[in-house]
Design a protein around this ligand. Structure first.
Ligand code: ADP
Length: 335
């Protein structure tokens, strides 16, 4: 089976993290611990996961500044085996997240998007996207760029959107989606938002199944991630499937969702030829009868997500492909 080609279009941020005894009030100065600088950003995290944990031939489409942070971010991507040749360098600071962490584990985060607001799909990026089996994007870059990336894919390639952080999607973007990946909060935001399905499922008490059913009105397949509860895979005209999580000791949940998305995309890229497509008829384009591929991919992604929470950091916590495969096999045997 070939490795499958994945293009991840998204953000790269350097995370500047300081442990604080408590979060400062407005106007207050407090002393924290030593500064940690670690590579992050949803797009770069997911690219590292697709390559290292998912074993896919992975390209990152993003933008970096001409600063020291860019070097750190490129080194992490390169180290995971991600292709970075179409990453653009722009006249803006590389994306930066300022993070304070209190002893109870609560974070405050301020993101300065910088170069991430300049990510675009030019000729070189479009060419690489057109050769991909799966195109994966998130919402930390301009929504017009996400749409351009989806439109640049070849017929038969899958467009997977991790709709995080929560933002309203345009009708044009909804129409492009083959697989939507969201956690419960993001699912509720999409269902309740102006462009969502609304109705009973938009209330705060809706089950993941109800949320997924509402979202299936607009996308052919939905994956809802449920933290330690695993994930839910829902497709049109097929019963939804709960994929249980592996039991692990959580150390740091940062990056679990990104690891999950990257590995899901990598697993789907290996089976993309199994997906059958109807002629381009809007939201009905991808058929829902793609049997077990999405469930199998969710199982592997869940194993990777579980391993990621056993280690600190975002990209640093991404496990290698052998460990993921071993845990996924174990999960399959016990399910
Ligand atoms: P997000 O961080 O985006 O909210 P989740 O917390 O749902 O994402 O995590 C993504 C996936 O990682 C989950 O669907 C699950 O498979 C796995 N995962 C996350 N936390 C745990 C955990 N504590 N134990 C086992 N698996 C986990």
């Amino acid at each position: 089976m070939s490795a499958g080609r994945v293009v991840v279009v998204g953000s790269a941020n350097v995370d500047l993290v300081v442990d604080v005894p408590r979060h400062p009030a407005g106007g207050e100065t407090i002393l924290g611990g030593d500064l940690r600088r670690t590579p992050g950003g949803k797009g770069a995290n997911q690219a590292v996961a697709a390559a290292r944990a998912g074993g896919a031939d992975t390209t990152f489409v993003g933008a970096l500044g001409r600063d020291e942070s860019a070097g750190l971010l490129l080194a992490s991507l390169d180290g995971a085996g991600v292709r970075t040749d179409v990453v653009e360098r722009v006249d803006a600071p590389s994306g930066t997240a300022l993070i304070t962490v209190s002893p109870d584990g609560e974070n405050t985060i301020v993101v300065a998007p910088g170069a991430n607001s300049r990510v675009r799909v030019g000729a070189a990026q479009a060419k690489r996207i057109a050769a991909a089996d799966v195109v994966l994007a998130q919402l930390e870059i301009p929504i017009g760029t996400v749409l351009a990336a989806a439109r640049a894919r070849r017929a038969g390639a899958l467009f997977v959107l991790n709709a995080a952080p929560s933002r309203d999607l345009t009708d044009e973007l909804w129409e492009q989606l083959d697989v939507l990946v969201v956690n419960e909060h993001e699912a509720a935001d999409l269902v309740g938002g102006p462009s969502g399905g609304g109705g009973a499922a938009s209330s705060g008490t809706a089950t993941p199944e109800a949320l997924a059913t509402a979202l299936l009105e607009r996308v052919p397949a939905v994956v809802v991630t449920l933290g330690a509860q695993g994930s839910l895979v829902a497709r049109r005209a097929a019963p939804s499937v709960r994929v249980p999580a592996a039991k692990v000791t959580a150390v740091d949940t940062t990056g679990a969702g990104d690891t999950y998305c990257g590995v899901l995309a990598a697993a789907l890229a290996r089976t993309v030829e199994c997906w059958t497509f109807a002629p381009q008829t809007g939201v009905e384009r991808a058929k829902s009868q793609h049997s077990t591929e999405l469930v199998d991919a969710a199982r592997v992604a869940g194993a990777a997500g579980a391993l990621a929470v056993t280690r600190a950091g975002a990209q640093d916590a991404v496990p290698d492909a052998d460990a993921v495969a071993a845990l996924a096999e174990e999960l399959e045997e016990t399910s």
